[in-house]
Design a binder for this molecule. Structure first.
Ligand SMILES: C[S@@+](CC[C@H](N)C(=O)[O-])C[C@H]1O[C@@H](n2cnc3c(N)ncnc32)[C@H](O)[C@@H]1O
Length: 267
């Protein structure tokens, strides 16, 4: 939420992701803190992370729009966190049902935050609390009224590294059982930097607040496995490619890392 709000308040127009709701969510105190926070928002690491976060959402939402234009009418946001799409829906979502799936504690915190800033629940949004390590996505979505006979677009952004390798593969296995035409866009931690999964400063910061990173994947091995498992299309998307698409020649110079950490797979 803070990174998205920082992009609105600090970076130059045009925004990569227009997200006034994030600014609303951080509240007055958050906005004031952002205007004071020097190194936390202006350091090279903070700028790269911020670009990564807003670009991964923008990319997923662009893919969602393409899926909707071919008839997909269910959007499943796995590990939604403070994703704000449901509160800033464009015209083309009028027939879309949106499922926000998240860990019970995260979802409760978000719902509290939404009430605190006076944001209600959009009519076409369904919340479902699911701990991916302890309940199947199928059960959680069935409980929420998901229609398994229709295709869905699934985003899983900034989530897989918090899951064990088995639970992360479980996410792809689940998507593979959805109706043909379903698609997932997911980000993952790349194993190609030669670092242990928990070794980076970001991973250490996450572990320090009780959210250790547990999995990472070699992009090409992941692609080969997903194709062998039966996805019809599996594309790896590099940060360099996303930079060219979304952040070329920006005045503020923000850009995501260049490695491969996004995969798009179609059933
Ligand atoms: C860094 S946030 C990403 C939020 C959002 N997708 C985004 O792009 O900004 C990670 C999310 O993963 C969720 N998560 C991590 N482990 C989980 C688990 N075992 N079950 C369900 N959700 C989980 C957290 O609750 C949190 O909302």
């Amino acid at each position: 939420m803070t990174l998205r709000a920082a992009h609105q308040l600090i970076d130059d127009a045009p925004r990569i992701l227009d997200d006034p709701v994030a600014v609303q969510l951080v509240g007055e105190e958050g906005r004031a803190a952002l205007s004071r926070a020097d190194s936390r928002v202006h350091s090279p690491g903070a700028r790269t992370l911020r670009a990564h976060v807003v670009i991964r959402s923008r990319h997923a939402e662009d893919r969602l729009q393409a899926a909707v234009s071919r008839g997909v009418d269910q959007y499943v946001i796995l590990g939604a966190g403070y994703d704000t799409f449901a509160w800033r829906q464009p015209e083309w979502t009028h027939a879309l049902r949106i499922f926000e799936i998240d860990h019970p504690a995260s979802q409760a915190a978000k719902r509290d935050r939404l009430s605190a800033v006076g944001l209600g629940q959009p009519e076409n949004l369904i919340f479902a609390a699911v701990d991916f390590e302890h309940e199947t996505l199928r059960d959680g979505l069935a409980r929420a009224g998901f229609d398994f006979s229709r295709p869905a677009f699934v985003s899983c952004l900034g989530v897989l590294m918090y899951l064990t390798e088995a639970a992360a593969y479980g996410v792809f296995d689940f998507v593979r059982t959805l109706a043909p035409g379903s698609e997932i866009v997911a980000t993952f931690r790349s194993a190609r930097d030669g670092e242990e999964v928990g070794a980076s400063p970001l991973a250490q910061a996450a572990a320090a607040v009780g959210e250790p990173w547990l999995s990472q994947f070699d992009p090409f091995a992941l692609q080969a496995k997903l194709l062998a498992d039966g996805f019809s299309v599996v594309d790896l998307v590099s940060g360099a490619e996303l930079e060219v698409r979304y952040a070329l020649k920006r005045r503020d110079g923000i850009a995501p890392g260049r490695g491969i950490s996004t995969v798009r797979a179609i059933v």
